[in-house]
Design a protein around this ligand. Structure first.
Ligand code: AMP
Ligand code: MG
Length: 473
């Protein structure tokens, strides 16, 4: 039976040069791995037998009303500009209006080649599909804006990567939209001002109906991205590929590739095997996002009647962003140590703890969670490093109403630890999905103590540490 999805497509109404219409390449033996029923019901997708879901979310069966297309965009990748990228292995099936009235994209990832595939095969293997499913859902449960995972399907076909043949899979993701900084760059780089204007109008109508003018749009995207990146920092998340094509205009986290959560705290932590210079290291993320917003600003300039004036105005907005990030960072980290509304005076107390954590090789997640139950000091190589900070902290939170409640809501007990994610992938490749299901279940409630899952709080032993994550495209 063909699945009935109430599509209401708008991107397909944009000029033809925004995308290429393209159908998915059918796969041999689609088998449903996971379906997000809660999200499906939010989207108005009816409950359906697994075999039908597998056919739809592998691309074998195109639902009524879908208008599959590959979007075109550009982007700076590790600082170098590519004037044309685009969905090389993804297809927008269409959009739906969710229960709250929001328009959401439904996109297949790993659905076969498109005109934008370049040398790629358009496919994805099981590992990155499960990683994105798990980590994006964990991110949502942590309370940070993100694309969501709707379905994961095994294709029954091998995908060939450096490691040889691997099981193929398709991820269905749901996004507020797939508009990227790189989408604006695409039209700006081609000096297609008409296209840029159409994109601007579309963006405003879809995401920012109240704004007036490109400067205002820029300011709003900056505001959302400042909050997002501070949110990442507050949970120890490292995106790994903050290229401008992976920076969403909606302010959602998008494109989970070689991402990872930090175990031991160190500000210069990098996981991605291709990020050899640490461009996207943990604490560089706050700088890179400003650089990415400068690229968005540049792409918006052609929309302005007075470009010299626009450059001045946009530059001021971009230059103000580090302070905004600082404010968001302080707010997020203030809560992590039990301060409901941290001020600039509280920043040194936070910074001092982080410096001691780095020095003491403390586990990021367990240290903050451990502030609640008194186990934080056990995370430090030298416990004295914590003990001399503690009285200063206690004195400060004595002025707070309910620091424990604030900390409980800001410090997750559970994050998708990288060694668990890697182990989950290895198990799935061997046919055992139990670790995937268990992680998914526990990470759906990261702020809740779950004694039966205590072993998932344990940092990796030296033998378990995963130093590198791979793009896994
Ligand atoms: P990413 O770094 O994952 O954001 O990907 C950068 C670009 O490479 C995007 O345009 C992707 O669509 C494209 N790409 C990544 N993997 C593949 C693949 N296996 N086949 C075709 N295109 C790909
Ligand atoms: Mg990408």
């Amino acid at each position: 039976m063909t699945l009935e999805i109430p599509f209401q497509n708008s991107y397909a109404q944009l000029p033809a040069r925004f995308y290429t219409r393209q159908s998915a390449l059918a796969v041999r033996a689609p088998r449903l791995i996971q379906f997000n029923r809660e999200l499906a019901s939010e989207l108005g997708i009816p409950d359906t037998p697994d075999a039908d879901l597998a056919r739809t979310f592998s691309g074998n069966d195109v639902p009524q009303g879908a208008a599959p297309l590959a979007q075109v965009y550009a982007g700076h990748q590790f600082g170098g500009f590519s004037p044309q990228l685009g969905d090389g292995r993804a297809l927008l099936l269409g959009e739906v209006i969710d229960r709250t009235g929001q328009r959401r994209d439904i996109q297949l990832k790993g659905s076969g080649p498109t005109p934008y595939s370049r040398m790629g095969d358009g496919r994805a293997w099981l590992g990155p599909v499960l990683r994105e499913y798990l980590v994006s859902e964990a991110m949502h449960a942590l309370g940070l804006p993100t694309t969501r995972a709707l379905a994961a399907v095994e294709t029954g076909e091998p995908v060939y990567r450096e490691a040889g043949g691997l099981p193929g899979a398709v991820l269905t993701r749901v996004a507020a939209s797939h508009l990227r900084v790189g989408t604006f760059q695409y039209f700006a780089a081609r000096r297609d001002v008409e296209g840029l204007k159409a994109l601007y109008d579309y963006t405003v109508a879809r995401h920012y109906p109240l704004i007036e003018g490109p400067a205002h749009l820029l300011a709003e995207v900056i505001r959302r991205q400042a909050r997002l990146v501070a949110g990442w920092l507050s949970v120890g998340f490292i995106h790994g590929v903050m290229n401008t094509d992976n920076t969403a205009i909606s302010g959602e986290t998008i494109d989970y590739g070689p991402c990872a959560f930090m175990d031991t705290y160190h500000p210069q932590t990098v996981f991605s095997s291709i990020d050899t210079r640490g461009r996207y290291a943990y604490d560089n993320q706050a700088h890179v996002i400003v650089w990415n917003m400068a690229q968005l600003a540049t792409a918006l300039v052609p929309l302005m009647p007075d470009q010299a004036e626009a450059i001045e105005d946009f530059t001021a907005l971009v230059h103000a962003m580090p302070d905004q990030i600082e404010v968001e960072w302080r707010r997020a980290f203030g809560r992590k140590i039990g301060i409901a509304e941290a001020t600039a005076q509280d920043a040194p107390l936070i910074a001092d703890l982080l410096a001691r954590m780095a020095e003491g090789r403390a586990d990021f997640t367990n240290t903050f969670r451990g502030l609640i139950d008194g186990t934080a000091r056990d995370q430090f190589l030298d416990r004295a490093a914590f003990d001399t900070w503690e009285p200063l902290w206690r004195a400060r939170i004595a002025q707070e109403d309910n620091p424990e409640a604030v900390m409980r809501a800001a410090n997750p007990a559970f994050i998708p630890r990288n060694h668990r994610v890697e182990h989950m992938i290895e198990s799935a490749v061997a046919g055992d999905y139990a670790p995937f299901q268990r992680l998914l279940r526990v990470l759906a409630h990261p702020y809740v103590d779950q004694p039966e899952a205590d072993n998932l709080k344990r940092p990796p032993t030296p033998a378990e540490v995963v130093e590198n994550t791979f793009c896994g495209t």
